[in-house]
Structures are given as C-alpha cells and as structure tokens.
Ligand binder design. Structure first.
Ligand SMILES: Cc1cc2nc3c(=O)[nH]c(=O)nc-3n(C[C@H](O)[C@H](O)[C@H](O)COP(=O)(O)OP(=O)(O)OC[C@H]3O[C@@H](n4cnc5c(N)ncnc54)[C@H](O)[C@@H]3O)c2cc1C
Length: 415
C-alpha cells in the first residue's frame, strides 16, 4: 500500500484518485478551489458530454496529437468502460447526435456528484482550498508543499507517489492555471509549445459589421499549402467581432493551433455557403432567381439566397457593381457570384485566447512519460494525467475521455 497524493480535483484527478484508492492505496486529493470539478460543471454547455460512444478504434482518429501514446490508456479504460463506470456509480447516460454521451439528466453537476460520492466510498481524503506550490523529490519519495485551508497554512507532506492532474491553461477561472507545467519542469521535463485550441479564429478580413450572424448548414474546407484538402465539415458557424466561431470553427481551430504553435504555415480556409448544391446547380438557381428580379439592382436581388447582412459582403467579393441592374448582369458575373458563394476564403491570423478556449494544445512531452502508467521517466513515483500532457482531441467528448483514461492509467499503476 502506498500513500498517494493527487494534485487537482478535475476529471483526470478524481478518476486517478478513485483508481488508486481501489488498488488499496491511501489517497489524498488536493484541490485549490473551494469545490471539485469546476471545469466539468461548464462542459457541454452545462450538460457534460462525458465521452463518445463511437467504436473504440475511432477514438484515435479524434485525437489530434500523440494518439499513439494513448493506445495503452484507451485499451485499459476506453469509452465503453467510461460509460459502464459512470452507470455503475449511479449516473444514467444517454447518447445523442454524433454519438455524444451525456448524463440522462442533462446536468453536469450530476457527473460531479457521482464522482464525489465514489471518492467518499473509496475513502479518498479530499482537501479543498489546498493549492499546491511545489513538488520535490526526497530520495524515492516526493514532497508536496501546499497552502492549506482558507487561512493558507503552509504544509509539506511526503508521499510514495504523486499524480499531477492540474489541467492546462484554458478557462483559468476554473482553476486551470498551468501549475503542473512548472512542477514538471522542476524535474527536467520539457513542455511543448502551448496554445489555446478548440477556440474562435481571428481573421484578416474585418467581419465586425456582421458580428453575431449565425449560419446553419454551411461547409468549410481546409487546404494545406499544397492545395490538398485536410479537413472538410458541414455545420454551424458564427461571425464575431474579430473573426469566426461556432461548432464548425472550434473543431477546425485545432489545425490552426497546431500550425501556429510550431510557427508552420497555417491551412487556407474556404467557406461554402451552399454546400447542398454544385456550382452548376447554384448558377442555374441564381439564373432562375434573377429572372424574377430583372429590374432590381444586383445588390438587392439576393434576399432569397442569403441572410440580409451578408449580402453586401458577398456582392463586394464577387466584384460586380451592386447598383447594376440584374438584367444587365453578364453570365460571367453571375458565375463569379456562384463561385464566391461556393468558395470564399478567410485568412486566419490567430486563435482566440485562453479565457475562451475549450482546451490547451501542448503540454508535458509524452516522450518522457510511460504510456502504460503515465509515470515520469525522469522521476519514479511521479505521474501525470489529463490535459497537462501534450495530448488533445476534437470536440465530442474525446477530451474528457482522455482525462478519464489517463487518470485511470495513473491511479491503477500504483500499488
Ligand atoms: C467551456 C468548456 C467546455 C468543455 N466541454 C467539454 C465536453 O463537453 N466534453 C469534453 O470531452 N471536454 C470538454 N471540455 C474539455 C474538458 O473539460 C477538459 O479537457 C478536461 O476537463 C481536462 O481535465 P483535467 O482533469 O485534465 O483538467 P481540469 O479539468 O482543468 O482540472 C484541473 C484541476 O486542477 C486544479 N489545480 C490546478 N492547479 C492546482 C494546484 N496548484 N493545486 C491544487 N489544485 C490545482 C484545478 O483547480 C482544477 O480543478 C470543455 C472545456 C471547456 C473549457
């Protein structure tokens, strides 16, 4: 039996503490906030998309970096196991569109409640308002120094194993302020470049005049510098004061974050406003629309095709004088309009910031971590789990799955 200290009461930390306790260890969980799972509370718009019910092998395809590193962790505790685990501790789940798994109650607070109850059942000592300041080695053991309670009393405690599950840098208001990177560096670990991801994108194009406009059923394509399509998806997007956002863009942001963090060329992003029609179909649809509007100005003739606020932008991009009468618009000009609707480029210059990012891309270099146990290769007895590691995934429940799987791997490895 080992004495284990888990740092961080988020998804990875709570799972790690439960798994370590089930192995017969004495476990203490230190959380700097006044309560556990502050980030879980806001996941899935307050409903917590806790995993994805896809085929287990599809998990890997949804991990954007270092998916191979996760093989053992997913094998040991996969998405099916996650659902079974939560059902077994009293949380009923349901599967929605895109195989996303939610609590049947639609309440993320229920996910936190069942985890808290399980921590209690497994006799994990949970210390809230306990902010860890440092982790040091002491022979074969580790010394964890933390500020305890509301009066901030400094305490140092020795443990046989220490699991760092402090999360990344996104939504720092939930307690994720990157402390784990500092602890890791102290032991000689490297941290790969960090950047906000699953986040809005900043565009060179000024779209502030249409901020708030939401588009449904549009499609985006990302192309690499050789013009090869690397991502194509249809869904909802939104214009913001600085660029573009919405579910479709959040997923795509992963590609931009990955390129930007290594200062590589970013992909090109093209918007298709009419993905349901081919270019020819769209052209003939516009021709038919125009036949009904022959005496209108070109700029006022697209109401049936586009939201009002978007029309001036598209007309400008198509290059045709908006005051031109529809009956004098040439075949080429009409074709150019159809082409603009099918393929408008937005130049991405950056991502939104950590306060609004769903995840942090980058983290502790996984080459320095044993993929079976999440143990540090540099300091035996030290473990890492969750977003603090350089692993991340698309939206859809995959990031929490990483937290559950790596947390479980670390906890169950300790005897
Ligand atoms: C708005 C939003 C919505 C999301 N929705 C989903 C979703 O629906 N599905 C999904 O799969 N993923 C979602 N995610 C991502 C997911 O929440 C994270 O990937 C996941 O919570 C990471 O878990 P973690 O335990 O590694 O880190 P965290 O959840 O960040 O937990 C880290 C914990 O460590 C504590 N801590 C930090 N430093 C210290 C210290 N020095 N001492 C003591 N404690 C410390 C923090 O207070 C925190 O409680 C969402 C994220 C956000 C921001």
């Amino acid at each position: 039996m080992s004495h284990v200290i888990v740092i961080g009461g988020g998804a990875a930390g709570m799972m790690a503490a439960i798994a370590a306790a089930k192995n017969g260890n004495s476990v203490k969980l230190l959380e700097k906030n006044e309560k556990l799972g502050k980030k879980i509370y806001i996941t899935g718009k307050g409903r917590c998309n806790l995993t994805n019910a896809c085929e287990t092998r599809e998990l890997f395809g949804n991990v954007t970096v270092n998916s191979k590193f996760l093989h053992s962790a997913f094998e040991g505790f996969d998405n099916e196991e996650t659902i079974r685990f939560f059902n077994s501790i009293g949380l009923k789940t349901k599967v929605e569109r895109g195989q996303r798994v939610f609590p049947e109650s639609d309440k993320s607070s229920d996910v936190i409640s069942v985890l808290k109850e399980e921590l209690r059942r497994q006799n994990v000592a949970v210390l809230l308002n306990s902010e860890v300041q440092s982790v040091e080695a002491s022979g074969e053991k580790h010394l964890v120094t933390y500020l305890s309670g509301t009066e901030n009393r400094k305490k140092t405690e020795e443990c046989d194993a220490c699991i760092v599950a402090t999360g990344g840098l996104s939504y720092p208001s939930t307690g994720s302020t990157g402390d784990g990177y500092r602890f890791a560096k102290y032991f000689g670990h490297t941290v790969t470049p960090l950047i906000p991801s699953l986040v809005a994108l900043v565009t060179r194009e000024d779209v502030s005049d249409i901020a708030g406009l939401a588009l449904k059923n549009v499609s985006i394509t990302l192309e690499n510098e050789k013009g090869k399509t690397i991502y194509k998806e249809t869904g909802e997007m939104l214009f913001t004061h600085t660029g573009i956002s919405g579910p479709l863009i959040l997923s795509a942001s992963s590609y931009f974050a990955e390129a930007l963090r290594y200062e590589k060329p970013v992909p090109r992003l093209f918007l298709d406003l009419k993905p349901g029609m081919s270019l020819d179909e769209l052209d003939s649809r516009i021709r038919k629309d125009f036949e009904k509007e022959l005496n209108k100005d070109f700029g006022n003739s697209l109401d049936m095709l586009l939201p009002k606020s978007l029309i001036p932008k598209i007309v400008a991009l198509s290059g045709t004088d908006p005051s031109k009468k529809v009956n004098s618009v040439t075949k080429e000009e009409r074709r150019k309009l159809a082409e603009t609707l099918k393929r408008t480029e937005f130049h991405i210059t950056g991502t939104g910031g950590y306060p609004e990012a769903v995840i942090t891309k980058g983290g502790i270099n996984v080459k320095e971590i044993d993929p079976k146990t999440m143990g540090s290769k540099l300091s035996p007895g030290l473990y890492f789990a969750g977003e603090v590691l350089d692993v991340d995934a698309f939206t859809g429940g995959f990031n929490l799955q990483i937290a559950w799987s790596t947390g479980y791997a670390a906890g169950q490895a300790i005897h």
